[in-house]
Design a protein around this ligand. Structure first.
Ligand SMILES: [Zn+2]
Ligand SMILES: [Zn+2]
Length: 127
């Protein structure tokens, strides 16, 4: 019993092979005047290309660990998505620990709208 890939190649003998994976046959682009035009990559590579790879945020790469507790109100999160890492100076490039805070979604609204006086190094916030 021939494998699926071999069978595909046999059925589409003139079909080019994907330049990305060199394994699958190319996806059909369009047909005109009885001639089939192919794309240069297969369906598989075409669809994986479209998917955006979730990029690791800079703060994660810097070794900062998002806390389970909000630095501002002390809220304990149940889900990691309830807390986001906030860059105090607004620059996503600045991943110094003094620039990063774990803030709950509730507090982030406050932080965005009013200036918060952050104290460096500890969790206390001076209002
Ligand atoms: Zn491919
Ligand atoms: Zn909070």
């Amino acid at each position: 019993m021939p494998s699926k890939v071999v069978l595909n190649i046999y059925m589409d003998i003139l079909r080019p092979i994907c330049k990305e994976c060199n394994k699958n046959v190319c996806a059909i682009n369009y047909k005109r005047n009885g001639i089939t035009h192919y794309r240069s990559i297969c369906d598989e590579c075409g669809s994986t290309k479209k998917k955006l790879k979730p990029r690791k945020p800079k703060w994660m790469a810097s070794g900062y660990k998002k806390k389970k507790q909000c630095d501002l109100c002390g809220f304990h999160s149940i889900l990691p998505t309830q807390i986001i890492v906030y860059h105090i100076d607004g620059s996503l490039e600045n991943t110094g620990y003094s620039n990063l805070r774990s803030i709950c979604l509730n507090c982030i609204e406050v932080v965005k709208k009013q200036k918060v006086n952050w104290t460096r190094g500890d969790l206390k916030v001076d209002y």
